[in-house]
Design a protein around this ligand. Structure first.
Ligand code: NAD
Length: 244
């Protein structure tokens, strides 16, 4: 059974990022009371309450969790930063801190933004189904290694009175994207995209940010006691795969 989020207090950790800000707009449209927790502030909106802090510090998270119905965790260091220590600290240890802080504050729902890369080992996956896909034994990079640890921690924390779900988008595109499309365009302009990966028929699952937001909101609406959504991971895709 879906429960409307209207009038409910939701907290977006990483809400000043690309996806987080879109999620913020999506939740406001649903009539939620929206709070954002982030290490930085990138926009202003009088309808949103902002908390500036580091998710690795429980004492900084605590004030933002008071009376919250659902937490959306979409914070992460940038994948290209290549900073192993930071990935481990924020994605894994920080996520465990969020889980602990949620439980202590009595928050009952946590939606994690994971990544499709947690099941990718370099071989094409067509028509994959979540229940058949296992975590990559040899993840492509350290960022993904910590996204796996993070997702496991969140899904294992699911219990009768703490409901969790993980959403796995792949490359996200849409307005205000500073990474995927701008970097691809920049490389193309510099003439650094004149090669073919594989046989040229590789399928890549880029997802429009609006669909990713929709997936997060649907997950939160269904994150209720006894729901089959609890403790599960879901890939978010567009209708049609995009050939790369
Ligand atoms: P982003 O970099 O735009 O936003 C991440 C936000 O997290 C930033 O505002 C940053 O300040 C915040 N943050 C980082 N460390 C923090 C900390 N210690 N405490 C508090 N806030 C912190 O990233 P995005 O593209 O919006 O990605 C959002 C989520 O989606 C991430 O979890 C990422 O792994 C996942 N994801 C993104 C893509 C994509 O293509 N963008 C694809 C798959 C998964």
């Amino acid at each position: 059974m879906a429960a409307s989020l209207k009038g409910k207090k939701c907290l977006i950790i990483g809400g000043c990022g690309f996806l987080g800000r879109h999620l913020c707009e999506g939740l406001l449209e649903k009539g939620c009371s929206v709070q954002v927790f982030d290490v930085r502030t990138t926009f202003e909106d009088s309808r949103v309450k902002f908390f500036v802090g580091d998710l690795c510090k429980k004492e900084e998270l605590k004030p933002a969790l008071d009376g919250v119905y659902c937490v959306f965790h979409c914070a992460s260091p940038a994948p290209l930063s290549n900073n192993k220590t930071l990935f481990y600290k924020v994605n894994y240890q920080g996520t465990k801190t969020i889980i602990e802080a949620c439980k202590e504050a009595g928050v009952k729902r946590l939606v994690l933004t994971s990544s499709a890369s947690v099941v990718y080992e370099g071989k094409d996956i067509r028509n994959g189904r979540e229940e058949q896909l296992t975590y990559a034994r040899k993840p492509l990079d350290y960022y993904t290694e910590t996204k796996i640890l993070q997702e496991k921690a969140v899904l294992e924390a699911n219990s009768e009175d703490f409901h969790t779900v993980a959403i796995r988008p792949h490359g996200i595109f849409g307005p205000r994207d500073l990474q995927l499309v701008p970097i691809a365009v920049d490389l193309a302009r510099k003439g650094r995209s004149k090669f073919i990966v594989g046989d040229g028929k590789n399928v890549v699952d880029f997802t429009y940010v609006g669909n990713v937001v929709h997936g997060h909101i649907l997950a939160a609406e269904h994150l209720n006691p006894g729901s089959p959504v609890c403790g599960k991971a879901y890939h978010i895709t567009n209708d049609e795969p995009i050939f790369f």
